[in-house]
Design a protein around this ligand. Structure first.
Ligand code: CP
Length: 314
């Protein structure tokens, strides 16, 4: 694997290999080993043209725990503000000697373009409404950790599917592992075409809730909406929000996920976000190990076998 750009390009074997590798790196963390030297001498750059807390910090943490050097690019203090293009920015960063670039951009396909311009490995850290592969992988990892093998597992992906890159990533990562996914949203918040999405669709959350193992909520992405929100936010919450009343109907083992950042009180009630069935903090924690697995798979797997890398202590 040279780049990680699309979740849909990952088959079951790819996803399982990355999640099994994640297991190895979670164990390293559990042994309180601060760093493994698997990527010593490598450099990972974060090229984020959109805001991020989780993805950027966890990629940087992952790279550091693998002993890679990191380079962070902040658009607000860069020459992008003087009109420098994405291509020239990518070539400039590569010229400083990087082995991998994590790209987040508001335009779908931007990481693919960067991958066509530079020799370094490119990881899609979230592109427009398109994809967010490491989010899909960490969600699949978190769910598999809670429920075991995901064959036949029933997952409702609920909310603003239309503007979501997480929805596509989750659908492909989870169905690759055998889960059955239902998208639950008002028609106005679904993409115009669901061709290539291996899902069922419902517009009735209450009808779906009695028959799920996991509710994966999506953030209402107001910053990507150019049109008026229909239904209104209040109506949306009433029909599609995971309210406390709806959460009471879920069984004790149903898993509640949210990729963050949350709009508490919109797609998820504050008390539901803090319910023991919610694994939102676990998702963030697992994100570091998943991103260690991805960086190791891209940059280190040929140099060191997996078991050896996870066993290295300095
Ligand atoms: N889930 C996610 O991508 O969060 P950030 O935007 O904070 O990276």
């Amino acid at each position: 694997m040279r780049h990680l750009l699309d979740t849909a390009a990952l088959g079951r074997d790819d996803v399982e290999e990355l999640l099994d590798l994640t297991d190895a790196f979670v164990e390293v963390s559990a042994r309180s080993v601060p760093k493994v030297p698997a990527l010593r001498g490598r450099t990972v750059a974060s090229l984020f043209f959109e805001d991020s807390t989780r993805t950027r910090l966890s990629f940087e943490t992952a790279a550091k725990r693998l002993s890679a050097d990191t380079m962070t690019f902040s658009v607000s203090s860069s020459s992008v503000n003087k009109g420098e293009s994405l291509r020239d920015t990518a070539l400039t960063i590569e010229a400083m000697g990087v082995d991998a670039v994590v790209v987040r951009h508001r335009c779908s396909g931007a990481p693919h373009r960067v991958a066509s311009w530079i020799d370094a490995s490119v990881v899609n850290g979230g592109d427009g409404w398109h994809d967010h592969p490491t989010q899909g992988l960490l969600d699949a990892y978190t769910l598999r950790s809670r429920l075991g093998p995901l064959d036949g597992c029933r997952v409702a992906v609920v909310g603003d599917v239309k503007h979501s890159r997480v929805a596509r990533a989750d659908v492909h990562a989870l169905t690759a592992l055998g889960a059955r996914v239902t998208l639950v949203a008002p028609p106005t918040l679904l993409p115009p075409s669901l061709a290539g999405w291996p899902v069922e669709v419902s517009h009735d959350l209450d009808a779906v809730l009695g028959d799920v193992d996991c509710v994966a909520l999506l953030r209402m992405q107001r910053e990507r909406m150019t049109e008026a929100l229909v239904p209104s936010l209040r109506e949306y919450t009433s029909r599609f929000g995971l309210t406390a009343a709806r959460a009471r109907r879920l069984g004790p083992d149903v898993v509640v996920m949210h990729p963050g950042p949350m709009n508490r009180g919109v797609e998820i009630a504050p008390e539901v976000a803090d319910d023991p069935r919610a694994v939102i903090v676990d998702q963030v924690r697992n994100g570091v190990a998943v991103r260690m697995a991805v960086l190791f798979r891209l940059l280190g797997a040929e140099a060191r076998p997996v078991a050896e890398a996870a066993d290295l202590t300095g």
